[in-house]
Design a protein around this ligand. Sequence first.
Ligand SMILES: O=P(O)(O)OC[C@H]1O[C@H](O)[C@H](O)[C@@H](O)[C@@H]1O
Length: 436
Amino acid sequence: MHVDIGAALASAADPGVERATLEDLDERVAAAHERIEQGRNDDEFGYASLNLPDATDAQTIRNAVDPVADAESVITVGIGGSALGAKTITEALAEDPDSHVVLDNVDPEHVRRTLDGLSLADTAINVVSRSGTTAETLANFLVVREAYEDRGVDWTERIVVTTGESGPLRALADQHDLPTLPVPEGVPGRFSALSSVGLVPPAILGIDIEGLLTGGRAAADDLAPSLYDSPAYAYGAMAYALEEEGAIVNAVMPYAERLESFGEWFAQLWAESLGKDGRGQTPARALGATDQHSQLQLYRAGHRDKVVTFVRPRERADVPIPEPDHEDLSYLAGTDLGGLIDAEYEATVASLPAADRPALEVEIDRLDAENLGELLYAMEAACVLVGELADVETFTQPAVEWGKNATRALIRGEDTEETAVIDDRERLRIGETESL
Ligand SMILES: O=P(O)(O)OC[C@H]1O[C@H](O)[C@H](O)[C@@H](O)[C@@H]1O
């Protein structure tokens, strides 16, 4: 993996980072690296995430999924960090991307249609909740369970549960004697892709989970006390410095359909980890080349509050473009779709500094298990570095808890501080037909 920061230097873009600023920042990167290494050595909460490539035992995961390894597809019941890692990995690496279905939302129509469309006898259930208490996950689990029963399929034979030591999900797993994997100690959900939390569906679908861990290990070995020696830290340091210069939006634009969910995973990582104390880049999601034809207008000519992060695999399987039978299309003769998407990538990256707007490039060799493991780990390390530089509590998410508590109180019909806020919130309804 490598990172190119040239198009985000002040000589190329505004907002941009002066080389002198980077030199100064490099000393802070060295100090942050020392702090991160200390945390890793002590397996401290959060920092322990960066030890997962060594700490995760792939064989334990393979043993746990063995009873369901014949499944043709997997349904994951989980949300946020308990779903997005697995979703990202299977979307990128599974032979059939539709073989992994994620029920993270509780939109009833979506849940019903998803279950109706699956052959449940051939579908393994992967239930994941670090806390074991998340309402969406527990509710969907009960619905999924009943769907299996209704179709005469023994769900207890098709399931793997990943959860913590306590909580309702753990209690249910014990009660029904279900195969259960633990969540890793000291690792917040959004940092747990390279653990049982993210690797069960890939293992069931025959993905090289050992390769993912090998890639993670390679990225860990690349962490160094200078941003000039470490692609992950170079990315993190630039993201931090760009935010300081006003780039408060980070639009992640992979040039690979199979990396579309990577943008979703990155968004949670960045937002929940760094959105604190009145700061943090807002992650935006785009897909190359598709969004060149929609969002790019804003990125080149809108507010000067953004950096675009381009991500691409350098090699990919190709599809030749058939000989055109119209002279206006002769420029496509002898080319292929890979050549076209690469040309679009080069053109779009260059188009940003040409409009005085910053871009960062992250390139991996190809989209395989090792390179994906490297990419996920490197982005986690970059995020931890930004947290150190910005001096925020990277590994907590107190602002999310408010909504979770309020939802639970509403469902239970309790009067709490949160429900009072909901009752009292200001409204100015236009075109109201009837009150709820
Ligand atoms: O794994 P769970 O405990 O079910 O949590 C799932 C998600 O819930 C919350 O919204 C947290 O903010 C996320 O960080 C977490 O990934």
